[in-house]
Design a protein. Sequence first.
Length: 311
Amino acid sequence: MNANQDISSSKIRSLDYLEQLESEAIHIFREVAGQFERPSLLFSGGKDSITLVHLALKAFRPGKFPFPLVHIDTGHNFKEALDFRDELVEQIGEKLIVRKVADTIKKKHLTEPKGKFASRNALQTYTLLDTIEEFNFDCCIGGARRDEEKARAKERIFSIRDEFGQWNPKLQRPELWNIYNGKINKGENVRVFPISNWTELDVWNYIRKEKIQLPSIYFSHEREVIEHEGQLIAVSEFIQIESTDKVTKKKVRYRTVGDMTCTAAVESTAATLEEVVTEIIATKTSERGETRIDDKVSEAAMEDRKKNGYF
C-alpha cells in the first residue's frame, strides 16, 4: 500500500467515526422526542450548541423541531455569539425563548457578584430553574461533553435532576446498551447531552466535515486584552480595568465561549477550520482548563455549580 492509499484509508476511518458519533446523537435526539412531553434545547450561539442545532436539523427535518431553543442570557455575552444566535434562529425558522439573568436578579433581589471579573455564571441557575418551571420543561438538551471537565465526566447522557433542580452525582442511572431511561417523577427533569461522548477535536472535525458556520470569535482576530494569571481576558464594560493592568492588542481566538467575565482567549493565528484543527491536535490542555476563569475558583467549582442546578 502506498502513501496515498494510507491517507485515503485514514480519511475513511475518520469519516466512519464521525458518522458513528452523528448517528448516536441523532438517536438521542429522537429518544428525547419520544420520551418527553416538553423538551427544550439550550442554545447560546456557541460552537457546541450550534452543532446540536445542526444535528437536530438532521434528526427532524423536513419537520419542525419538537422543542424550542432556549437561551439563558447573563447579559455578559460576546456580541458575536448573540448576533450569530439570532441569525441562525431566523435562518432555520425555529422558536427561540430568551430569559435574562438581570430580570431574575431584580425579581429575586439577588446580590450581584463583585470583583475584577464579576461573573453571573452562578446566578444563571436561578433563571434556568425559573424557566424550566415557567414552561414546565421536563427535559433540557445541552452541549456538555465529558472531556471538558471532570465533573461533566461523571454525568450520564440522560442526567436526572430532582424537584429542586439539583444533581446528585452518586445517584445516576446506568445506561446499558445505549438504553436511555427518561422516566421521571412529578417535578423532576432530565438534562440530556447528545454529544457527551464527543471530544473537542471531534466537534471541530465534524464542523469541518459538515461545513457548519460559526461566529467569527472562534477564529483569529485582533482584540484588546489584559493578561491575568497567564490568561488573556478581553477588555469590556463587564470587567474592572485597574491601573496595573496593561491593555494590549493581540491576535486571539476562543476555544469556548461563555461570558466575557469568565472566558479567556488563546493567542492564535488560526483563521480557518484547517488551522484550528491543527492547533487543537497540538494542544495539551482542555478547552475549559485553559480558558475558563470560573472553573479555577476551587477544585470542585463546576461540580458545586452543577449540584445546585447549573447546566
